[in-house]
Design a protein. Structure first.
Length: 294
């Protein structure tokens, strides 16, 4: 239906032609086509508040230029939209299907895939927004997931201990068994005795893990079929063993099935899978002990 009103602006006088329709007469007719009016307007720019307690707010407002009518598309309601965002973040880490952020208070948040409970332990969902993880004093995170099938995560704390969660089918968590873990577990020490301490860096490949100590030695565990642990053989292990000749090491890094070691003198060593030449030693042979990069 369409409606209009007749308004008299100048009444007739002195014998003039009289109005044929009375003032303020309303006429209603059936529309012969769609007579709806859609809302027209636009969102303004985001206005960002000052970061407070590691969270901030972004707000924007919708300005209406033409309101909706006759069952047209309505305007947004409410016309003010607010989004909470994280700020003052100190550390970030992205893996194949999940991500982590740590703020300057060392509070950690995770989001993304949770198939192996690497974000929260109460269900295996997908977290679309960061949720706080109840692990404190985290210095570094190392995680590896591939095609949603395998996902293992290591957490290095400021006290030098290492904790883990997730897939453990080859013992890559270093807890003296091969059981997947849905709650945080502390990584055990050499040969499964006690717990490892004095760690300054962690690195995890698809199925193997490395642990760099404060004194520059390195320990490893997990899958070793291609020699990626550098322990002189190709045996998989679920407890930490020392990497042969890994001394005076400054930094470690893991590929999917190979490992790199940077020494304080600036030289680099490698071991593990090499069929694509990723060890940089001038051939395509896998190596189960450290070889110097040429």
């Amino acid at each position: 239906m369409r409606t209009r009103t007749f308004t008299v602006t100048t009444p007739s006088a002195n014998g003039g032609i009289a109005c044929t329709i009375a003032n303020n007469t309303t006429e209603t007719r059936t529309c012969t086509k769609d007579c709806s009016v859609n809302c027209i307007g636009s969102w303004g720019n985001w206005e960002t508040d000052i970061c407070n307690d590691y969270k901030g707010n972004k707000t924007r407002t919708y300005t209406i230029t033409t309101p909706a009518a006759n069952n047209g598309i309505a305007c947004p309601s409410p016309t003010t939209e607010t989004v909470i965002y994280h700020c003052n973040i100190d550390t970030i880490l992205a893996s194949d299907k999940n991500s982590y952020i740590i703020n300057k208070e060392k509070k950690m948040y995770g989001f993304g895939d949770n198939q192996y409970y690497q974000i929260r332990s109460d269900y295996t969902s997908i977290e679309l927004k960061p949720i706080q993880i109840s692990y404190d004093n985290i210095k570094q995170i190392s995680t590896y997931s591939i095609y949603g099938r395998i996902s293992s995560t290591l957490f290095l704390k400021n006290d030098g201990t290492v904790w883990c969660i997730g897939n453990n089918e080859y013992g890559q968590l270093g807890i003296a068994n091969n059981d997947n873990q849905t709650t945080l577990q502390q990584v055990k020490g050499l040969n499964g005795n006690g717990y490892i301490t004095g760690i300054k860096q962690i690195a995890i490949g698809i199925l193997h893990s490395l642990f760099l100590t404060n004194d520059g030695t390195v320990f490893g565990c997990g899958r070793n079929i291609e020699g990626q642990l550098g322990i002189g053989n190709n045996n998989d292990i679920n407890t930490l063993q020392q990497v042969i000749d890994a001394t005076n090491i400054k930094q470690i890094s893991t590929g999917s099935a190979h490992s790199l070691f940077l020494k304080y003198d600036g030289t680099v060593f490698s071991c593990g899978r090499n069929i694509e030449g990723q060890l940089g030693i001038g051939n395509f042979d896998n190596q189960h002990t450290l070889q110097q990069v040429k």
